[in-house]
Design a protein around this ligand. Structure first.
Ligand code: ZN
Length: 59
Protein backbone atom coordinates (compact mmCIF):
# COMPACT_ATOMS: atom_id res chain seq x y z
CA UNK A 1 0.00 0.00 0.00
CA UNK A 2 2.66 2.48 1.03
CA UNK A 3 4.62 1.60 -2.09
CA UNK A 4 1.90 3.00 -4.34
CA UNK A 5 1.59 6.07 -2.17
CA UNK A 6 5.30 6.78 -2.57
CA UNK A 7 5.29 6.24 -6.34
CA UNK A 8 2.26 8.50 -6.71
CA UNK A 9 4.06 11.26 -4.85
CA UNK A 10 7.13 10.94 -7.05
CA UNK A 11 5.03 11.15 -10.19
CA UNK A 12 3.41 14.34 -8.89
CA UNK A 13 6.80 15.87 -8.22
CA UNK A 14 8.06 14.89 -11.67
CA UNK A 15 5.03 16.51 -13.28
CA UNK A 16 5.65 19.78 -11.46
CA UNK A 17 9.33 19.79 -12.40
CA UNK A 18 8.57 19.04 -16.04
CA UNK A 19 6.04 21.86 -16.19
CA UNK A 20 8.42 24.38 -14.65
CA UNK A 21 11.21 23.38 -17.01
CA UNK A 22 8.96 23.70 -20.04
CA UNK A 23 7.87 27.18 -18.97
CA UNK A 24 11.42 28.41 -18.50
CA UNK A 25 13.13 26.80 -21.46
CA UNK A 26 10.80 27.11 -24.39
CA UNK A 27 8.05 29.55 -25.14
CA UNK A 28 6.68 30.02 -28.59
CA UNK A 29 4.57 33.00 -29.44
CA UNK A 30 2.28 33.88 -32.29
CA UNK A 31 3.26 37.18 -33.86
CA UNK A 32 -0.23 37.70 -35.21
CA UNK A 33 -2.23 37.46 -31.97
CA UNK A 34 0.50 37.19 -29.26
CA UNK A 35 -0.77 33.82 -28.07
CA UNK A 36 1.82 31.85 -26.10
CA UNK A 37 2.39 28.21 -26.90
CA UNK A 38 4.47 25.67 -24.98
CA UNK A 39 5.17 23.43 -27.95
CA UNK A 40 6.43 24.14 -31.40
CA UNK A 41 3.69 24.28 -33.98
CA UNK A 42 3.44 25.29 -37.59
CA UNK A 43 0.14 26.98 -36.97
CA UNK A 44 -1.21 29.11 -34.12
CA UNK A 45 -4.02 27.28 -32.28
CA UNK A 46 -5.73 30.60 -31.61
CA UNK A 47 -5.79 32.34 -34.97
CA UNK A 48 -4.26 29.69 -37.30
CA UNK A 49 -1.60 32.10 -38.54
CA UNK A 50 1.73 30.54 -39.44
CA UNK A 51 3.75 33.13 -37.55
CA UNK A 52 5.02 31.15 -34.56
CA UNK A 53 8.35 32.41 -33.26
CA UNK A 54 10.58 31.21 -30.43
CA UNK A 55 10.73 33.59 -27.49
CA UNK A 56 12.83 31.55 -25.04
CA UNK A 57 14.19 33.38 -22.03
CA UNK A 58 11.61 36.13 -22.16
CA UNK A 59 9.66 36.66 -18.96
ZN1 ZN B 1 -2.17 33.54 -33.33
Amino acid sequence: MSFFKRVGRQVEKFKQTATETAKKDVVYQCQACDARINAQRDQCPECEAQTIVLTAGEE
